[in-house]
Write a protein that binds this ligand. Structure first.
Ligand code: ADP
Length: 211
């Protein structure tokens, strides 16, 4: 899914040859480099998979004319939410603030999604929502989360086939850490995943490092 953009000297040289003389067969590229066709095969495979070159049967290799930056951008535009989403952690709207804090620690997440008895999304709870509710003197085990959560219809959400880049922009725009990945049913929105800034960071690292 992600292409490397670090090319070695020989791959750079092949690119130059194809740029100047393409379309050109593997045989002819090998001749120009005084190498065998077999030696070149892995390099040609890499350059083709990475999108720098295209190969046509009986015609040979030709240069696609795309820069590393263009290829990187194209790859970025292909990453979908489904490629990086995590498992969501949901709690029922009737649980107490105390229980929600315990769940947040036990599940090691920073955002909880709140669902009703039909497992339909009704709210979102962040760390700060829970901290804010803990500042007062009320007994946390008797305060239900549905009075402190951010509720529908004010929830920012996404779907599995949304582009990760668009969702990352939304996280920044809305100044939130996470959003639920939802699927619409007759009942409402069902939570099927979670996208956080960590997922976006993982995609970023993979894009820069994956070979
Ligand atoms: P924190 O407040 O712990 O830093 P966030 O920045 O994610 O975490 O949350 C800020 C506020 O936005 C909180 O009140 C939270 O309920 C709300 N919030 C978090 N995620 C969403 C979302 N996906 N849609 C709407 N509101 C959200």
């Amino acid at each position: 899914m992600v292409r490397t953009i670090e090319l070695n000297k020989r791959q750079e040289r092949i690119l130059e040859i194809v740029k100047e003389g393409g379309p050109i067969t593997g045989e002819h590229i090998a001749d120009q480099l005084n190498l065998t066709r077999a030696t070149l095969r892995p390099d040609l495979a890499i350059l083709t998979m990475a999108g720098f070159l295209d190969a046509r049967p009986r015609v040979g290799y030709f240069y696609t004319g795309k820069s590393s930056v263009q290829l990187l951008t194209e790859n970025l535009q292909k990453i979908q939410v489904r490629d990086y989403q995590s498992i969501p952690v949901a709690v029922n709207e009737n649980v107490s603030v105390y229980d929600a804090i315990c769940t947040m620690f036990l599940e090691d997440v920073g955002t909880l999604f709140v669902i009703d008895q039909n497992t339909v999304l009704v709210g979102v709870l962040s760390r700060k929502d829970l901290l804010r509710a803990s500042i007062g003197k009320q007994d946390l085990s008797t305060v239900p989360i549905n009075i402190i959560m951010t509720r529908m219809p004010n929830i920012t959400m996404c779907e599995r086939d949304d582009l990760l880049i668009d969702i990352a922009k939304k996280l920044i725009e809305k100044q939130i850490d996470a959003m639920p990945v939802v699927r619409q049913s007759e009942k409402g929105y069902e939570v099927i995943g979670r996208i956080t800034k960590t997922n976006v960071a993982k995609a970023f690292v993979a894009l820069g490092a994956e070979e």
